[in-house]
Each structure stands twice: as structure tokens, then as C-alpha cells.
Ligand binder design. Sequence first.
Ligand code: AMP
Ligand code: ZN
Length: 432
Amino acid sequence: MFWERQIEKVPRKELQRLQLSRVKRTLRQAAKSPFYGKLFKKIKFTVEKLRRLDDLRNLPLTTKEDLRKEFPYGFVALPMEKVVRVHSSSGTTGRATAVFHTAKDLEGWANLVARCMYMAGVRKNDVFQNMTGYGLFTGGLGFQYGGERLGVLTIPAGSGNSKRQIALMKEFGTTVIHIIPSYALHLIKVFEETGTDPKKDTKLRIALIGAEPHSEATRQRIEEMYGISAFNSYGLSEMNGPGVAFECPQKDGMHFWEDDFLVEIVDPQTGQILPDGEEGELVFTTLNREAMPLIRYRSKDLATIFPEPCRCGRTHRRMSRIKGRSDDMFILKGVNIFPLQIDTVLMNIPEVGTNYVTVLEREDFDDRMIVRVEVRPEFFQGDLRQLSNLQRRITESLKSEILITPKVELVEPDSLPKSEGKAVRVIDKREM
Ligand code: AMP
Ligand code: ZN
């Protein structure tokens, strides 16, 4: 069986017709929430005014700030007795936001995640170990229900507890994992410590990696170290969580599911819509949500939409890897820097280990950037001073990418703090 083949390969014209009718339904539903009810009244908007999909651009963008202001229930569009679940964004940047679901919303979400998993090649006879946090974070329950919907044995392993994760993989014969990329890099060290070789001693074949920005070099490292095929998974809790965009076997961008989300790309400064092919901020409108429809929600995630059809035959458009969030770009000596640029440079240097952190400091009105980099155990002979060549090479490579000369400090393998959830790659001490 091909998962939902009809909708995945639907002709674009038909998809747009479907989107238009779903947008109208969503707007009608949204009008029942306190926030959109008030907003539509204020701007004198009625659904009848929407004739074409393009007319949506006349509506203002919804922001995370709006969600925070209306926290917790201001966006709920039906009686609370219909609401069965709440999730929350991880709050890595500011106060958390709450997103509510009805039973039907949850079913729709599970279908989307199942569709993604099937697309990546996961089948019923796989054993799927979900290694992300269960709870308010959406990666846990999102993939649990997605896996079960697909019909695959799904192990709710949760995050952390590395040795136990490896034991579970061996005991149950895990073939597919869902894992945060920085944790996948860390876990390889625990494999080494326990004398286990993921290539020989496990049956792993597929990794679904996402939830945080990571470079192509990071993906390749994970694929090589584990001997698996890794697929990029994108989502945000405001749009359910995982299941918003996902790589197909071409691994050339992530397909959005445009029967479920209407996607626009806007200039992050002006909010103006940009044509496909230009980099900008992703803006989403839910097309099937009951409990908490969101209209033109600003994700803060920066990416490019690929307008060309994909070789896999799916008609849903694709997006590039996330370049970063408009709010995690930092400015040093007037230069804009994205953490992903640092990731790309470091992960392409074989002697660099699996963990690093960038610290920004201010001393005597002068900003400094320190990049602490773990050395890969194979290249560490007990004395970091012998590695001055490597240190110079890293400094040079970073300088040619970010145009600033950082202070590179090499540190011993496994010595930097690690995180079980999303990695903290930049510590900005300048504002503290
Ligand atoms: P949350 O809503 O807390 O789960 O966080 C969602 C955010 O995580 C997104 O808005 C992105 O910034 C980030 N994110 C999720 N998946 C990816 C991915 N595959 N690549 C890069 N960033 C991602
Ligand atoms: Zn494709």
C-alpha cells in the first residue's frame, strides 16, 4: 500500500481548490475564537470577502506574541468540552505558548506523521524507537501516535538515559529511530563507551532527525556513524509539531503537506509575500484544525521554497533546510551570523568531535566570540597543545564562512555540557 497516494500526488490545481475550500472553513471556525472574532470585527472581515487564495494576504499575520498575550485560551474556537489535549512549545525563546487539539485534530496529526514515516520508508514490520521527550514537547506523543497509526511497533523510549536506549535497541531489534540530531551525535560516544557498534550490533536502518537546525554535514556524520539513512523532519508545536514538512527518499528538500497547511513565505522585515525560490520566513495557515485554527502564523523560521516539482512525483512543494530562526541569528561586530553556519564548518572537519558551543562575551565594549570545540577521541592523544594546527585550521575555516575571527578553544572529548532535548549551541553573555 502506498500511504495516501492520491492526496500526495494530487494535481496542483485540484490541491488549490481543496485549499480554498479548507481556508474558508478554517476562517469560519477561527471567527469563533475570542482572538480572531475580535480581529475580524475590527478589520471588518467576513469570509465572503475571500474569493481566491491570494485574498488571504489581506489578513494580518498572527505572531507568537499574539499567542502569548491570549495565553492560554484566547485562540480556542470551540467549547472546551471538545478539547482533549494541550501541547506547548519548548520555550527555548521566551515564554511558552499553548496549542489545543480535539480528538479529530489528533487523528489528523497522527495521519500526517504516519504519512511522513511511510514516505521515509518505514513499514509495519519495522521496530520504531522514539527517543524524544514525551510530555508537552510534541516530538514524543506526535511520533508515538504517528507510528501507531502507521501500524509499526513503537517504543516510547523518551529522551536521555543513553545506556538504556542502546539496550532497548539491541533487545527489541530497533530498525528506526526518531532522535534529535545533536543527541544522535552525543549518543555515538555512549555506543563507544559500552563497546557497541551501531553498524554491527544493531539493526538500525533509518533515523528521523529534526526539531533543531542542523547542517547537511551533521546529517552525513549521523549516517556514516550509525550506518543508516537519515531523514530531515520539520515541525513546530503551533502547527501540531512533527509532520509539517519531511524529506522524501530524494532528500532534496522537505515536502510540506499542503492539504493540511497553507504555506507562504514572507520578508521577515516587512511581512510582504515573497515569490517561491527566495529566502524568507515561513508563514502557515492550518487547513483542518478545529480546536485552534491559526491564520497566517509567523514561524520565525527562515527557509526557501523550491518551486520545481520533485522527482518523487509528489506535487506538494518542498522547502530547503531551515537556515535558522530570525530570532537566533546573532550580530557580532556588525556581522549577521546564523548558528547553522558554524555547524556546517565544524561538522565538515573530521577531527572535530560531536559537541561544541559558541559563547559571546563583551569585554571593554569589545565583543568576542569563543567557539569551544570537542576534539574527536581518535585524534586526541592526551595533550591539547599538540593540536595547535587543528585549532588554526578551524579558526581559518570559520573566518572564511562568517568573516570574523573567533577564538577557537579545543577541549577534550566528552567535556562540554550535553543536552537531552534541543541543543544550546550559542550562549550570549553580552546581555546578561
Ligand atoms: P517547538 O514548537 O518548540 O517544537 O519548536 C519548533 C521549532 O524547532 C521550529 O520553529 C524550528 O525553529 C525548530 N525545528 C523543528 N524542526 C526542525 C528542523 N528539521 N530543522 C531545523 N529546525 C527545526
Ligand atoms: Zn519528493
